[in-house]
Ligand binder design. Structure first.
Ligand code: NI
Length: 138
């Protein structure tokens, strides 16, 4: 268990009021937990910038009827197989598929994979959710 340190923060009254509204909207129990999350969020962003090993999730929505598309998306994933921890395919409805690909590796490679998949013709939606291996976070 890490040692807990208390520190004072000075900021404009209006800014604090806006922060408190945000905290309520985001369901944080208190300011401390909200500030911890803000710090962690920025540390994770820095992990991505600094090229540390990161984790994330690529989400794709595409048309099931475009037969060749599924093969192309699979080929791309095989080219980057060392990054992929797991993938899940969900048949959303008669026409649409959703795929979630969980990745871990260097940020540049993860982004390259996400960009290639997203840019493939027939992919209706693609996003990369950046996360962390958690190793450097408290
Ligand atoms: Ni499907």
């Amino acid at each position: 268990m890490s040692e807990i340190v208390r520190f004072g923060v000075s900021l404009e009254k209006e800014l604090l009021e806006k922060f408190d509204i945000l905290i309520k909207e985001k369901k944080y129990p208190n300011r401390s937990e909200a500030i911890r999350d803000l710090i962690r969020e920025n540390l994770v962003k820095r992990e991505w910038i600094e090229g540390k090993e990161v984790a994330g999730a690529i989400t794709l929505v595409f048309d099931h009827h475009k037969r060749e598309l599924v093969n192309i998306l699979t080929d791309i994933q095989h080219d980057f197989h060392t990054l992929i921890i797991s993938s899940q395919h969900i048949h959303l409805d008669h026409d649409n598929c959703l795929e979630i690909i969980v990745v871990r590796g260097k940020p540049t490679e993860v982004r390259e994979l996400a960009d290639k998949l997203r840019a493939t013709k027939g992919v209706k939606y693609g996003s990369l959710s950046i996360a962390t291996t958690g190793k450097e976070l408290v």
